[in-house]
Design a protein around this ligand. Structure first.
Ligand SMILES: Cc1ncc(COP(=O)(O)O)c(C=O)c1O
Length: 309
């Protein structure tokens, strides 16, 4: 669904609330030409204890880390950004939605060096359902191993979230969809599993949980951290720096994706090879249920992860 079909009308930019159509940027903006933006994607949920933003603190930590990597000065404090997000949601009556903060080198000059380009900060929010489809949460998704490799962290930093890096995600995801799959799994330069275009990958084998770590050129997701925590609390051994070969994907007992957009989505096949029984596996189901129990606030556990509106 396009933005024009959504009931949203306000964007926050550089300290001001603007009408949606006025939230524009010049065509000679540095970030448009060189991918020099850093961003976050997080969700607010309508929970049993009221609407609440999930893990805002950790997303702000990552936003500031990403900015640091590109020498960007964000002129607004965490407190200002938090207040602005809460007001942005309030002004648009949004409770369950996706939130997109983005900081980028703006308009001044177009050398590759950002020179005196200002850092613009924008906050937007809109309703966004399950990223890979409602049915996917139960049935799982069909994925392919992309022919595109993930850039190595020695080429561009992969531990931060910068706009330019998403051309790799776009190419991998579109290749998968052109071939009839829902999503891709991207291998790293060495040919081992890195992650999805916008998700981390988990594997379950013999009752133990595996996921790749930063050494495999991944973005360490906040949902990944959430699921690791929930799995360990339930007594699972979690290998969070795992090296997963391509072959291990096909023989895994269970596979699933995690991400702020994808939440916890089972993977039922890779390159047309059924994973496990070809549907959501029992460990995936347990961890998915634990995840939804927390984010819907059906438990008092992990209240520290929530910023109530
Ligand atoms: C490349 C990539 N990996 C992993 C993730 C999952 O991260 P998170 O759980 O923090 O949303 C994302 C989504 O932001 C991503 O874009």
């Amino acid at each position: 669904m396009g933005f024009d079909e959504m009931d949203v009308d306000t964007i926050w930019k550089n300290g001001e609330f603007l009408d949606w159509e006025d939230a524009t940027t010049h065509v000679l903006t540095h970030a448009l030409h060189y991918g020099t933006g850093v961003f976050e994607g997080l969700r607010s949920y309508e929970t049993e204890q009221g609407p609440a933003i999930f893990r805002l603190e950790e997303h702000l930590d990552r936003l500031f880390d990403s900015a640091k990597m590109y020498d960007m000065e964000i002129d607004h404090s965490r407190e200002e950004i938090t207040e602005a997000i809460v007001e942005l949601l309030d002004r648009q009556d949004l409770t369950s939605c996706y939130i997109r903060p983005i900081a980028y080198y703006g308009y001044d000059s177009l050398g590759v060096s950002p020179g005196d380009c200002p850092t613009d900060l924008v906050l937007a929010a809109w309703p966004w359902g399950t990223y890979l489809g409602e049915e996917a949460l139960e049935e799982g998704v069909d994925v392919m191993v992309s022919s595109w490799r993930k850039h190595a962290s020695s080429q561009v930093p992969t531990n931060v979230k910068t706009t330019g890096l998403y051309v790799n995600s776009m190419l991998a995801g579109e290749e998968a969809r052109r071939n009839g799959y829902v999503e891709a799994i991207v291998l790293n330069k060495e040919g081992n599993v890195a992650e999805g275009p916008g998700e981390n990958v988990f594997m379950v084998n013999d009752g133990e949980v595996y996921t790749t770590g930063q050494a495999q050129s991944i973005l360490e997701g906040i949902t990944r951290d959430t699921v690791i925590t929930l799995a360990e609390e339930r007594g699972y051994t979690v290998h969070d720096e795992a090296v997963i070969s391509r072959g291990q994907l096909y023989t895994a007992d269970e596979l699933f994706f995690t991400g702020s957009a994808a939440e916890v989505t089972p993977i039922r096949s890779v390159d047309d090879t059924e994973i496990g029984s070809g549907t959501r596996g029992p460990v995936t189901e347990e961890l998915q249920e634990a995840f939804f129990e927390v984010i819907e606030r059906r438990t008092d556990d992990h209240d520290e992860w929530f910023t109530y509106l």
